[in-house]
Design a protein around this ligand. Structure first.
Ligand code: F3S
Length: 299
C-alpha cells in the first residue's frame, strides 16, 4: 500500500485556465474560429478544442476569411496583430495578462530609447512573442550569455537598459543575471517578471520530491514547465515518472514505494490528473485526505 499526495498547485495556472475557458466559449458560440498555433502546451486539450470545431492554423495567411482568431496564452508579437487587423480578422486574445504586461514593458522601454534585454530561452514561444514587441530586442538565455554580451559590447554598459524575464525562468537564474547586470551596467531598470504561479509550483514539487519515494509528473512532452518540474524532482527523488496521460503510467514501476507525490505542469487539465488518480486508486493506494479536495480545485 502506498500513500499518494497531490501538490496543491498541480494543473492549470490562472493564465492557462483563462485561455482554455475563452477558447471553449468561442467554440460554443458557434461562429467560425481558429487558433493560431496551439493555445497551450497540451495535446489532449488541443484535441478537445479541435473536436469542438476550433482548428489549428500555423500562420496568419492560413486564417480563413471571416474566421475569428484565438491568440495563444504565450502571446504573439506586434506584427501578428497588425497582419490580422489588416485582414479584418476578429481577435480573441488569450495572452496571459502577466505576459501582456511584459509586452508593454519592453515596448515602452524602446520608446524611451532604452535597450530591451529579455532573459529567457530564445526559442520559447513566449520569448519570441516578447521579442516581437521590440525593434531591436536582445535575448539572452542566462547569466553566461549576459556576461558574453557585455564583454562583446563594453560600450553598452553605460547605455540605458531595461531587463525583463521570461515568466517561467527560475529565480536562481534571474538573480544571477540581476547581480551581474547591476555590477556592470550604470543605467539599468530591472523588472522581475517571473510568474508567482511557476515559483510556487516548482517549490511545492521540490518539497514533495524530497518527502516521497517516487514522483509522478503529469504534463505535455512539449511543455517546458513540465520538463523543468521533472528535472527539479529528479534532483531530489530517486524515481520520477513523467507522463502525459494515465495510460502511460506503469504501476509496476511504483510497487514497493511507500509514498508517492504527484504534480502537474501548468497546461495539464484537472481531468487528466483525475485519470491518473483513478488509475492509482484502482491499484489500492492509500490516498491522502487532502487529495480529493486538491483534485476538485484543479478540475
Ligand atoms: Fe500566466 Fe503564469 Fe500561467 S504567466 S500562463 S499565470 S504560468
Amino acid at each position: 500500500m502506498s500513500r499518494l499526495t497531490l501538490a496543491r498547485s498541480a494543473g492549470f495556472c490562472y493564465g492557462v485556465r483563462r485561455a482554455v475557458t475563452m477558447a471553449e466559449e468561442a467554440a460554443q458560440s458557434g461562429r467560425p474560429c481558429v487558433m493560431l498555433g496551439h493555445i497551450i502546451h497540451n495535446g489532449s486539450v488541443i484535441e478537445q478544442l479541435e473536436k469542438a470545431g476550433v482548428q489549428v492554423v500555423h500562420s496568419v495567411e492560413e486564417v480563413p476569411t471571416g474566421a475569428a482568431v484565438i491568440i495563444r496564452s504565450h502571446g504573439e508579437g506586434r506584427a501578428v496583430y497588425e497582419r490580422l487587423q489588416e485582414r479584418g480578422a476578429e481577435i480573441i486574445d488569450t495572452t496571459c495578462p502577466n505576459v501582456s504586461h511584459i509586452h508593454r514593458l519592453v515596448s515602452q522601454a524602446e520608446e524611451e530609447g532604452r535597450i530591451p534585454v529579455i532573459i529567457g530561452t530564445p526559442t520559447h514561444p513566449e520569448v519570441e512573442a516578447i521579442a516581437g514587441w521590440c525593434r531591436n530586442p536582445v535575448v539572452l538565455s542566462g547569466p553566461d550569455a549576459l556576461e558574453n554580451w557585455l564583454r562583446e559590447h563594453p560600450e553598452l554598459r553605460t547605455q540605458p537598459i531595461t531587463m525583463v524575464s521570461q515568466t517561467t525562468s527560475t529565480q536562481k537564474k534571474w538573480n544571477l543575471c540581476v547581480e551581474k547586470a547591476k555590477k556592470e551596467c550604470t543605467n539599468l531598470k530591472i523588472f522581475d517578471t517571473i510568474c508567482n504561479a511557476t515559483c510556487k509550483r516548482q517549490s511545492e514539487a521540490q518539497e514533495l520530491a524530497a518527502q516521497n519515494d517516487a514522483m509522478i509528473v503529469i504534463g505535455g512532452r512539449d511543455s517546458s514547465n513540465t520538463r523543468r518540474l521533472t528535472e527539479l524532482c529528479a534532483a531530489l527523488c530517486p524515481t520520477v515518472c513523467w507522463i502525459e496521460r494515465a495510460e502511460e503510467l506503469e504501476p509496476s514501476n511504483l510497487y514497493g514505494k511507500a509514498s508517492i507525490g504527484i504534480t502537474a505542469g501548468a497546461s495539464t487539465p484537472g481531468w487528466i490528473i483525475k485519470e491518473v488518480y483513478d488509475k492509482m486508486s484502482a491499484e489500492n493506494m492509500e490516498i491522502e485526505e487532502s487529495f480529493a479536495e486538491m483534485l476538485e480545485k484543479s478540475i
